[in-house]
Design a protein around this ligand. Sequence first.
Ligand code: AHR
Length: 658
Amino acid sequence: MRFSQCLFLPAVWALSVFLSPVQALTLTIRTDSPGKPISPMLFGIFFEDLNYAADGGLYAELVQNRSFEYSALDRPDWNALTGWQLLKRGSGDGTAYIGDARPLGPNNSRYLELHCRAGREGSAVGLSNSGFDGIVLKAGESYTFSVFARQQPGRHFSWQVCLESRDGIILDSRDLPPLSPDWKQYSAVLHPKETTDSGRIVLWIHGDGVIYLDMVSLFPQNTFKNRKNGLRRDLAEVIADLKPRFVRFPGGCLVHGDGLSNLYRWKDTIGPVELRKAQKNIWRYHQTVGLGYFEYFQFCEDIGAEPVPVVAAGVSCQNTDRYWGVGQQAIPLEKMPEYIQEVLDLIEWANGAPDSTWGRLRAQAGHPEPFHLKYLGIGNEDAMTPAFRERFEMLYRAVKAKYPDITVIGTVGPNPEGFDYEEGWKFADALNLEMVDEHSYKSPQWFWSNLKRFDRYDRAKSKVYLGEYAAHEPDRRNTLRSALAEAAYMTALERNGDLVRMASYAPLLGKQGNTQWNPNLIYFTNTEILRTANYYVQMLFSTHAGDRYLLADFDQPLPDEKRFAFSAVRDSRTGDIIVKMVNGEAQALTLTLNLQGLPQTETAVIQTLLTAETPDACNTFRSPNDVTPETAPITLRDKQPFTAAPYSLTILRIPGKN
Ligand code: AHR
């Protein structure tokens, strides 16, 4: 159902509304009431390198396995040469080995050793990489190639970097300077003459002897905000359009990892990329950590969002033993002081003066100003074991002792009920935590049935960060039905915006064909981006947020089972009043809107409508616009009935005088 149809009230709706027992409903909105406060941080995002969200996704690096660090630990069928292909031209020949005797640094232990035989004039050995299922190259754009290399002393090589199409057509090439026997970085800027989505990068080498290569990189210069080592522009822009008030990172399960050796250690993710410590991704691939803490904080700043980093609570993910790993392991108590210091150092790195030990590293990375970190998550969905409690408490007390202004967010397990939830809340009460992180992956009906959940929470206890939630259909599709269930729940979050301080749908990104988890908010390929119905709901709530929740109610109670939810908020900055109505029913709902406190008998309103013919509607790459919002000005007249379309989210924005 489209906006224009809705405006003119099709006959079938009129009939169903006419016959409806609730046709005489009046929704009174007290636009003159002071209202309750709503957290200014309410709607944000949750980012985790899951589903190729970072490597192969948001992180704009185009070369896969650039540092030859892939291994069977990442995935049983992977090794250090995964993603690379040896090519031969003419009578040139070569053999590739993996070396580790003279690495670039202790964290980057492996490199490629290419033993080359020159062959006749014009012959060469080639090393090619097709990125993550083909490199996207755009004519007219610039790409920075870089590599660390050295050569066997006393030999002579000539070498060249080429961008090629899948069938070997050269799109651009550059001769590279003579090699030295010591590690040195070489770089060149290339300009492909044609556009392709299945390109490859090839290093052609001519000479006899051994050449050593590491960190073979190709980066578009056209990244988000033109950052070096930056983010894929189109994807970052779609995320920025959500206008998130905060970004939680780097996960999720990725934070506490598969065993202690797989915890996400922020210090391994900063500094020169070639010296960072790549590691296995708990989601069964590889994390280069090229998108590391500096890049996360910078992205937050670039999109005006508060950074909300999450660190492991001294224990690893308990869920891994169920599927593939070792289950919850705890950092030995004698090593906890070191780990606690690591967490304290993060705060100094983010906020410390440029001459402080850790603030200096931030300044050296190009950010002398502090990042103004205010929130820190400790733990993610951890099982409430004695080992967890002991370590969490040590971390919590140490952070609050040194940085009392940092809001620490605790965790109350993976579900909105059950043992870890109950025990997590008791633990939070005992420690008097400021905020806890709740998660709800549930059916659409669960969200509709739980609209009053937070109304019942004790305001004297911890505030809530609903850090992960999504309405899951049995087939895990991003249907309009699921999006409307989330929208209804979000009206309840607004109503409880004094208690629920932050909320983020999860997960954010899924690369088509590489997902370990569905549904996600945004799907993407190397060239396309799909905004789901759920994405539009998040975007609409975020861009139509308010800071005061206004008194509003029907003149007669709606039956509990009726899937209809609403909220009315004021944006004090603009004075705008925003009314949201979610109709999850197959029938339209007609009501009279009584905007109490507005003098006009005719009110100019901007209406946004998100709906479709059926609740099963779902945007796909083939049909990306089945559920998209439409916006148009309308006039609300006093006492004139207003119709909320079947299966719809309607937002009425009444401009204020500010
Ligand atoms: O969002 C996907 C996963 O769901 C997160 O990594 C984890 O915290 C939760 O179980």
